[in-house]
Design a protein around this ligand. Structure first.
Ligand code: PFF
Length: 447
């Protein structure tokens, strides 16, 4: 089922897929979710989820994408035409709109923090002032709304032109620079006095913290971080050549993504504990901690702005992949032009993002939803960033395990991979481990 929709080079695919995976999920969402869930135990369950549940789904998604050469709706339809399986694709398209909407709010804040740090607004900052600054910034619609619109506009601008050229070249240079700055931050954070308490919180599992929500959050985080469950990797897989080894590519993507998330924790928690900050501060955590850390390190005045800029770029390579899902659907299935699709879908996502942008303090009703007592933003992250991706991943595993059949998937995987080892392990994971565990965890939520 080869098509002429264009293709990635080997390194291009790994970079684009790693660019999709590495983003705010690693540096913003992972640390604050660890903080809210009491530390080490969450990290352990997260790592187990990546290995046992998410990696098998990652390989399933890229294989499905490469075999069909299609967007998620088209992919399910190509293999099982006229069946309800395409609804899984539609759920992915819907998730694309929703995740893009709240993700771009946070991405806009990283851009705002770039401007703030470049203009020296974090010099001599104390933890208290950092928290006040973050509150004032995120609760001001005059900043949040234009930054949301700006970030989506940049994403639309790139996706409109197709993904291959610019963003791949950018990622090749910028991702290593981001990595380099992360190492510097890591050294600074680990050498702060009192860092050990943070590391203990981060690494020491406290079994009494075990709750169904913790396990769901950890699993959902694994899907979110690896861009799974909504067909992003199906879509990216559809641009991969038959010569590539999908198994090793997926291995690189997962290792890179998990490594960066773990690093983020080693940066954030020692800093939180040594500065006496709140480890359960939720989505503000990263924005509270990093300005203080940069202010305390040599060259921080230079590395701070650079870091926030690179973070915005890491977020951009993710928003591109999120927007690409509904756009690929509109182009393939609705026969719309790429430009029209990107502009229209981006504009709708921007409108959907407005309540999330206003829910960080500016509108009290949205900041503290009646009955739920969480912000609209937190609700949106939970519903679309955790639940819908888990449900999507559940059905993708079922589809490959029972409808398409692992034997057919393996024929696709073998192309470019030569001889395969541990095949039966993957088949077992896709047929039993992933779907059963996801189902058990989802059901556990209701008890
Ligand atoms: N994986 C991205 C991150 O960790 O920031 C977020 C993301 C991208 C989620 C693409 C879902 C997706 F389809």
């Amino acid at each position: 089922m080869e098509t002429n929709r264009g293709s990635f080079s080997r390194i291009g695919f790994i970079l684009a897929a790693a660019g999709s995976a590495v983003g705010l999920g690693n540096l913003w969402k992972f640390p604050y979710t660890v903080g809210e869930n009491g530390g080490g135990l969450f990290v352990v369950i997260y790592l187990l989820s990546v290995i046992a549940i998410a990696f098998p789904v990652l390989l399933a998604e890229v294989t499905l994408g490469r075999f069909t050469g299609k967007n998620p709706v088209g992919a399910f339809n190509a293999i099982k035409p006229g069946t309800p399986w395409k609804l899984v694709g539609y759920l992915g398209v819907a998730s694309g709109f929703m995740i893009l909407s709240f993700y771009s709010v946070v991405a806009g804040t990283t851009l705002g923090y770039f401007f703030k740090s470049v203009t020296g607004q974090f010099v001599n900052i104390t933890p208290e002032i950092a928290e006040q600054t973050c509150d004032a910034f995120t609760s001001n619609p005059a900043f949040q709304l234009p930054l949301l619109a700006l970030f989506i506009a940049i994403t639309v601008f790139v996706v409109m032109r197709g993904v291959s050229g610019g963003i791949e070249k950018f990622s090749k240079i910028l991702m290593p620079v981001l990595f380099g700055i992360l190492i510097l931050l890591l050294v600074r954070s680990l050498t702060l006095s009192g860092a050990a308490k943070g590391i203990e919180f981060y690494l020491k599992p406290d079994i009494s913290a075990l709750k169904p929500k913790l396990v769901l959050d950890a699993m959902g985080q694994a899907f979110f971080s690896l861009s799974l469950g909504m067909g992003t990797m199906i879509t990216y897989g559809s641009y991969v050549s038959k010569r590539e080894n999908l198994v090793t590519s997926a291995g690189w993507i997962a290792s890179f993504d998990t490594g960066i998330a773990l690093m983020a924790g080693f940066i954030i928690f020692p800093a939180i504990f040594s500065q006496g900050m709140n480890e359960a501060a939720g989505p503000d955590t990263m924005f509270n901690v990093l300005p203080v850390l940069f202010d305390k390190m040599p060259g921080g005045i230079f590395f701070g702005p650079l870091f926030f800029l690179l973070l915005s770029i890491a977020a951009l390579t993710s928003t591109i992949s999120i927007l690409e899902v509904p756009v690929a659907y509109a182009v393939d299935e609705r026969k719309w032009g790429r430009k029209k699709s990107a502009i229209l879908i981006g504009s709708i996502a921007c409108l959907i993002g407005v309540p999330a942008a206003l829910s960080q303090g500016s509108v009290p009703f949205l900041a503290d939803l009646p009955l739920l007592h969480i912000s609209f933003m937190a609700l949106w992250v939970q519903v679309w960033g955790v639940l819908s991706l888990s449900i999507g991943a559940f059905f993708i595993a079922l589809f490959v395990g029972y409808a398409w059949k692992p034997g057919n998937a393996l024929m696709e995987i073998r192309q470019g991979a030569g001889s395969l080892k541990a095949v039966s392990l993957w088949v077992f994971a896709v047929k039993y481990v992933s779907p059963l565990l996801i189902l058990a965890i989802l059901i556990g939520m209701f008890f």
